[in-house]
Design a protein around this ligand. Sequence first.
Ligand code: URA
Length: 248
Amino acid sequence: MSRVLRELGLGPVWRLRDRPAETVAVPEAAPSSAVASPSPAVPVSVQVSAAADAGGDRAGVIATMGWDELRSAVADCRTCVLGATRKQAVLGVGDVQADWLFVGEGPGAEEDERGEPFVGQAGKLLDAMLAAIDLKRGENVYIANTVKCRPPGNRTPEAEETAACWPFLARQIALIRPKLIVALGRPAAQTLLQAEVKIGAARGQVFQHQGIPLIVTYHPAYLLRNLPDKAKAWEDLCFMRKTMAGLA
Ligand code: URA
């Protein structure tokens, strides 16, 4: 791992000094400075956008799928415009019974080529981040994205694209039933919390996505462009680890 971080210019190596056992309180709702709920009456909960249901009871059908059906449905999906330009849809990768679920934004060029999330430079950093807290892709970890098809030019997915893809991510979460969800970056955090999120303000807190604890941190691609913030990402990794220890 140290070699990877050195190659990425991200040394010193992130290493857990000792394994924390402290329990972290899980607030019912997000503090207002970090997360602005679209409806004050409904704090932090997910309300599936009506757009996700375009085309009848599509979301309802997806909500009943097993992994094989889900994989085929994602591979064949043409619900939004991203289906026209992608090479292949990228469902996700890892342990389908994982305690940890990491959710990114959407596939980039390499992911589109290879059909696996986070396999480019950002993926290498994500793997290093996982290793820093003794985790490994595929071992008690599942990695998914908010949208399954590459947005052209790696632009941020549009709201309709995220809404169209939401039933797939919702089904993945329902099938995996992770103990902890980590939202990597703003689009993932906003999709999962259905609210405006400022990553800087939301870090270090435990939110809830349908009863599942959720932590927000920087997207690895952001960290590659903003090296000074890797210290904060390290704090977030420690916080994730501590939170999971408190849940176990
Ligand atoms: N960035 C993401 O958000 N997801 C990927 O799969 C790759 C890069």
